[in-house]
Structure formats: structure tokens, C-alpha cells
Design a protein. Structure first.
Length: 453
């Protein structure tokens, strides 16, 4: 299932805005939608609105759904009996499944406050009673196996150091508990990432000593998947090791054992959200036992570039796009290195109008051939002069002012002042020197006068 549009009414900075999400162009890559815009333009609101509905969107037997407005026998609407937002605020999400059939999710509730655990679903069939409409989601998923799910993560999260880890199975562990909370907090039935790593290593080692190679592969699969993804981003070997003396898990980075607290913040952030994703995916029962990289799911990522060096910002999205080819990814970012790191993603620039309401520009297509300065100019509205520090930016503006006076033959034009400003700029860097000399050559040609420095 893929999200194809979102309509927000009276939510945050959105008065009545519909954003459409086109299909991907490359079937062998994940479908990516990148939300950009200044602070306060509603990027995170969009993610939270989408996430608020997605935990509920597993279709059941299509024959039971009420035919809504005669559009299709499989059309349906999920109604959540939750507290209404003020001023009739609603988020309406239109989705399409693999056969192109359309589904509608209408969320009349607090955006960003995901329900915990498996919810109950209410079918909007007016011919049935409330109890007849009610379907217990957990029973359906547990008996049939998943074909679709969704997860949400923020870049503002770290894996923490943990000692005295209990190596035991948690019978009531629900891998979809808090799956759509951007900043997840564990409860008593959840695994921390440290506990999951420790348990998988213990199970793997036990199977190894018993000579059960099938079980060794089964318990190694999740950890090896996590290592594979991380190593493609940071381009150095990474491993995890359980230390018996303090019952803790450490990272092994280039042969050095390190507590998680001692790792660079960027690496701790990557391990945290990617590890949590793989941990949950590894625990989910999936229809036909489909491998993790083949599964269809939606991923909401809020500013995952936080704490990452630009070199890692350029690598993280391409790795995720390539490995999870059936995923649909929605990401907010302030980083031009994220924006031009992939081909074929849809970029949405959010802007506030004169009344303070947000509007989304028509999406453009990302390209790895677009240089950073062009991304800054076209996507982030950063003028070429703004790509320097503010001091140099002001000096460039003063130089441009003198140039305009020269072209207009303004009575206040002072040739000596122009050349002094030109020399001062030219000494800043070779790039500025080339730009200044180009401008002066153009001026000399137009005015038939020598303006060399």
C-alpha cells in the first residue's frame, strides 16, 4: 500500500491544503518524498499526520467493505472514535494498494499522538451495528501475517549504554508497539536495542554449540542485516559483541571495543533508528516469510541528518533507497546533501503565504547531477551571495551596488571606490577573484574603459 495524497484542514499552519504523492519512476528503488522548507512551515506536521493513520491501514477481506459513493467495491473509510481536534480539524489520507484500488483514511484526532499497541478498526458501514463494524486488528495480523506496515523515526535519538542485560524472551513483546512514535520510549514488554542484540547473540551462540546451522542463520539474520546497512553508510567495519563480565553489548569499530556512549553521535543515531527498525522487522510475522529487504512498508524519517557529517548525509538515503526497494519513504530535511543524494525522489518545498498558511509547491524531481549550490538556490532559495559568510555577503552586495552605479553612469559613481572594493574581494579567495575579474571585464566592454585591478 502506498500513500497517494494528504489533505490537512485547520491543522497547524495548514488551512486547507492537499498534497499529492506521485508513484516512483524506478521500480527497483524505494519511492521517496522529501519535504523541505523553513522552520515553521509544517514539515513535521505532515509526517505526524501521515503517521497518525498508518498503523491502522491493513486491508482485510475486500468483500466485507462498504461500497462508498459507488467509486469501487473495495473503497472504505476508517473512522477513529477519538477526541476531535478543535475547529473541525481533519487529516484525510488517500492510499492505493498494489492493484491500484483506492482506500481512504480519515483521522479526526490529535495529530502526532499515536495509539499504543494493536488498535481496533471500525468499518464505516451504516448498515451494521458498532460491534459488527469492530474488527480486532491484533487477531487479524497475528493469524494471517503482515503484508504491510509503517514506522516513524527522528534523528534526535541515540542508542544508550546498558549493563546487566537480562537475556530472556519477552513473551508479550509487540513489535508494532510505539512503531509510529518518532521518539520511542520502551515499556516493560519491549526490548531495548541492547537487549535485542544480546538475546540474538545468545540464541545464535547456543544454536552454534548445538550444531544447528539453520538456527544459527536465523538468529544471525537481523544483526547481519543491521551491520550490512551501517557499513554501507560509514564505509568501515562494524560489529557488536556481548561482554559477559558486565552483561553488556559493545560496538566493535575497526577492531576497537567501545560502549555505545563512547561512539560518535552520528553513529549512535544511525545505530539507534536503523537498529530499532531491523529489530521490529525481524520480529514481525510476515506473509509468506518474505525477507526484510523485499517487504512493503512506509518509513517516516524526521531530520535524520542531525549529528551526521555531510559525507554520511550523502550516503544514508541512497543506501536505504536501494536496499528497501518496496518501501515508501517520507523524509523532512534541512540538508542539501540529503536532497541531491538520490535520483528520482520527489521534492516538496513548503512556503508560508501572506496570511501565515502553508502551501506546497509542485514537486520537483531530485538528481544527483544537481550541484549543491544549485540545490541551495532552487530548493532552499539561497542566493549565490548568501553562500558566503555574512561579512563577505555584505561586501559582495556593496561591490554590486558600485557596479550598478557604473552601468547607470550615476553621478555618485566613484571608479576608485569600485576598484578598492574589487581588490578587497579578490583577496578573499580564488573563486571570488575570478568572479570579480569577470564582472570588471564585462564592465570594461560595456563602457569602453579600463577597470582592471
Amino acid at each position: 500500500m502506498k500513500i497517494r495524497s494528504l489533505t490537512l484542514k485547520n491543522i497547524g499552519v495548514f488551512e486547507d491544503e492537499t498534497i499529492s504523492f506521485p508513484e516512483k519512476q524506478d521500480k527497483d528503488m524505494a519511492e521517496i518524498h522529501i519535504l523541505t522548507g523553513q522552520n515553521g512551515t509544517g514539515k513535521t506536521t505532515i509526517l505526524q499526520a501521515l503517521a497518525s493513520g498508518m498503523l491502522y491501514t491493513e486491508p482485510f477481506n475486500s468483500d466485507i467493505w462498504y461500497n462508498q459513493d459507488g467509486l469501487s467495491k473495495n473503497n472504505f473509510e476508517y473512522i477513529f472514535f477519538k477526541k476531535l481536534l478543535p475547529y473541525k480539524s481533519t487529516a484525510t489520507i488517500k492510499c492505493a494498494d498494489i492493484n491500484g484500488e483506492i482506500f481512504i483514511i480519515k483521522t479526526d484526532r490529535n495529530i502526532g499522538k499515536s495509539n499504543h499497541g494493536f488498535p481496533s478498526i471500525y468499518q464505516s458501514n451504516p448498515e451494521k451495528t458498532l460491534e459488527e463494524n469492530k474488527i480486532l486488528y491484533s487477531e487479524y495480523r497475528q493469524s494471517n501475517g503482515l503484508t504491510f506496515t509503517a514506522f516513524a523515526y527522528s534523528g534526535y535519538r541515540f542508542i544508550e549504554h546498558q549493563e546487566n542485560i537480562s537475556i530472556k524472551e519477552k513473551e508479550n513483546y509487540n513489535p508494532l508497539e510505539n512503531a509510529l512514535e518518532f521518539n520511542k520510549k520502551n515499556n516493560a514488554n519491549d526490548y531495548s536495542l541492547n537487549e535485542w542484540l544480546a538475546n540474538k547473540m545468545a540464541q545464535r551462540n547456543s544454536a552454534f554449540f548445538e550444531g544447528n546451522t539453520t538456527e544459527v542463520e536465523k538468529y544471525s539474520r537481523g544483526i547481519e542485516t543491521l551491520k550490512q546497512i551501517i557499513e554501507q553508510i560509514i564505509e568501515i567495519p562494524i560489529d557488536f559483541k556481548f561482554k559477559n563480565e558486565k552483561l553488556k553489548v559493545v560496538a566493535v569499530k575497526q577492531g576497537q571495543e567501545l560502549d555505545f556512549d563512547l561512539l560518535p553521535d552520528g553513529l549512535r543515531s544511525i545505530i539507534s533508528w536503523l537498529g530499532d527498525l531491523i529489530m521490529r522487522m525481524d520480529a514481525l510475522k510476515w506473509k509468506d516469510d518474505l525477507p526484510i529487504f523485499e517487504r512493503e512498508f512506509i518509513l517516516f524519517l524526521d531530520e535524520i541528518e542531525v549529528h551526521l557529517h555531510p559525507s554520511w548525509q550523502r550516503k544514508i538515503l541512497p543506501v536505504v533507497q536501494k536496499l528497501f526497494k518496496n518501501a515508501q519513504i517520507f523524509i523532512t530535511t534541512h540538508s542539501p546533501f540529503i536532497v541531491n543524494s538520490v535520483d528520482g525522489a520527489y521534492i516538496y518545498e513548503l512556503k508560508l503565504d501572506a496570511d501565515g498558511h502553508c502551501k506546497s509547491e509542485k514537486p520537483t524531481i531530485s538528481s544527483t547531477s544537481m550541484p549543491i549550490d544549485e540545490v541551495l538556490n532552487e530548493i532552499y532559495d539561497i542566493e549565490p551571495t548568501q553562500m558566503y559568510g555574512q561579512t563577505v555577503e555584505h561586501e559582495i552586495e556593496d561591490f554590486q551596488t558600485e557596479l550598478e552605479k557604473a552601468y547607470k553612469k550615476d553621478k555618485d559613481f566613484d571608479k576608485k571606490e569600485l576598484l578598492n572594493r574589487a581588490r578587497k574581494l579578490a583577496l578573499k579567495s580564488p573563486d571570488l577573484r575570478n568572479n570579480v575579474q569577470f564582472e570588471l571585464r564585462q564592465l570594461s566592454k560595456n563602457l569602453a574603459e579600463d577597470f582592471t585591478i
